[in-house]
Design a protein around this ligand. Structure first.
Ligand SMILES: Nc1ncnc2c1ncn2[C@@H]1O[C@H](COP(=O)(O)OP(=O)(O)O)[C@@H](O)[C@H]1O
Ligand SMILES: [Mg+2]
Length: 403
């Protein structure tokens, strides 16, 4: 039997639509001779659906959960089951509802961008379910999603990041002037203001003075409870590099130089450059980036280091800014599930998308094997020696163990 590959995408995230494009694109390139594809769409309410129809972009304009061929499913979390369950209403007045298995997934390809999917939450669920999946694990995904923690992490590893300060919404609401003063004192202008847990440039803006900073903060706090304010570079050269691998195996891609329309790379630049049909692959870019060999090597080396530090798995993309004035390179961020899975960078390296997907699945299986090699079976006879006495009886203060 062919391997059953669940492609899970969507979710309660501002970037759900971007994920739909990334997923449909991926499903068009996966090798159907070796794999059966089971699309699993998570809608904006967090409901899970499957059905062949979900491989077509037309099914999302708009999404209709009641359309024929679309089935609501629930993940079975029993360790190793991989089952997607469905509830069938029996017919007749007294018929019972019946739970049936709609599909069994051998490996999940996670195509989620942003919260509730790229941030370690879905990864945690799949770890519990003990099913192989293609993305970075829980801790790496969580740190990679949170721009405040990510900066601390990179700084702690002595990697180059721009100075920044961060605030909570409650601090901003209780004393706006103090927040604005702190930014002026510690960073000066311009600054970039970013919601901690977003992507695709949503809620990101540049502020050139105290007045526009107040607007930028308001915008960012609309999206998140915590906001990062970062020292701004003036028209930096942006350079992105993908890494594919797992464990000791890491390979860095050619480097792209995205081209933006004005101040910085916004949502429009990223996804709407060619009418929006190609997701991140539609961005205007120079590939490979016209940079010196030394800088290229530095970026590729740094990218592989970051991949290992965050214990990444599958395909990630790490973004940089090169400051023309200071001649220095800074890490912008890591995307643990990049738009379009960064396939276009690998195509430039001579790796087809179909091959890239094969590799992602291979790493998922390897990681799962490694995890299950670890010993969970340690048992002792500790429970045999435990007695709590009668329930509610006086004087029983917790368990006594015969040590
Ligand atoms: N400190 C900065 N200086 C100059 N431009 C920046 C800075 N931070 C972000 N940008 C611009 O904003 C874009 C989005 O920022 P980024 O941190 O990558 O957020 P997102 O996760 O939304 O992509 C970057 O690609 C870049 O164009
Ligand atoms: Mg970015």
């Amino acid at each position: 039997m062919k391997k059953q590959i669940g492609v899970i995408f969507g979710s309660r995230s501002c970037e759900r639509e971007v994920a739909i494009i990334s997923a449909v694109q991926l499903m068009r390139h996966i090798n159907r001779e070796t794999y059966d594809v089971i699309p699993v769409y998570v809608d904006e309410h967090g409901n899970w659906y499957t059905g062949e129809k979900l491989t077509e972009i037309g099914s999302y304009k708009p999404f209709n959960p009641n359309a024929s061929g679309i089935l609501r499913v629930f993940p079975d979390l029993s360790s190793g089951s991989g089952a997607l369950l469905t509830v069938n209403k029996g017919s007749g007045l007294f018929a019972k509802e019946k739970v049936e298995i709609a599909a069994r997934v051998d490996v999940y390809i996670v195509v989620m961008h942003g919260l509730n999917g790229e941030d370690g939450t879905l990864q945690g669920l799949l770890e519990l379910a003990n099913v192989p999946y293609t993305s970075t694990g829980v801790a790496g995904s969580a740190i990679g999603m949170d721009k405040i923690m990510m900066k601390q992490f990179f700084r702690g590893a002595d990697l180059p990041v721009l100075p920044g300060v961060w605030f909570t919404r409650s601090a901003f609401e209780s004393d706006r002037d103090a927040v604005i003063k702190k930014v002026g004192e510690e960073l000066g202008y311009p600054v970039f203001v970013k919601p901690a847990n977003l992507g695709s440039s949503i809620g990101v803006s540049r502020a050139d003075d105290a007045e526009s900073l107040a607007d930028s903060l308001e915008l960012a706090f609309d999206y998140d409870r915590r906001v990062l304010v970062e020292k701004g570079l003036d028209k930096p050269i942006e350079l992105n590099c993908s890494v594919v691998g797992y464990d000791e195996e890491t390979e860095a891609s050619p480097i792209e130089m995205p081209i933006n329309s004005d101040e910085f790379l916004d949502f429009r630049d990223k996804y709407l450059a060619s009418g929006g049909s190609k997701g991140m692959a539609s961005l205007h870019r120079v590939l490979p980036a016209p940079i010196e060999e030394d800088l290229k090597n530095e970026i590729q080396e740094l990218s592989r280091t970051i991949f290992r530090l965050l214990d990444c798995k599958g395909v990630v993309r790490i973004d940089y800014m090169f400051d023309r004035i200071g001649g220095k390179l800074y890490i912008t961020e890591i995307n643990t599930i990049p738009g379009s899975l960064a396939f276009y960078l690998w195509v430039n390296a001579g790796v087809s998308y179909t091959k890239l997907i094969d590799r992602m699945i291979g790493y998922a299986e390897k990681a799962h094997e490694d995890k299950n090699r670890a010993n969970y079976a340690y048992t002792s006879d500790i429970l045999n020696g435990v007695s709590f006495g009668a329930k509610g009886s006086k004087g029983s203060k917790g368990a006594k163990t015969a040590k």
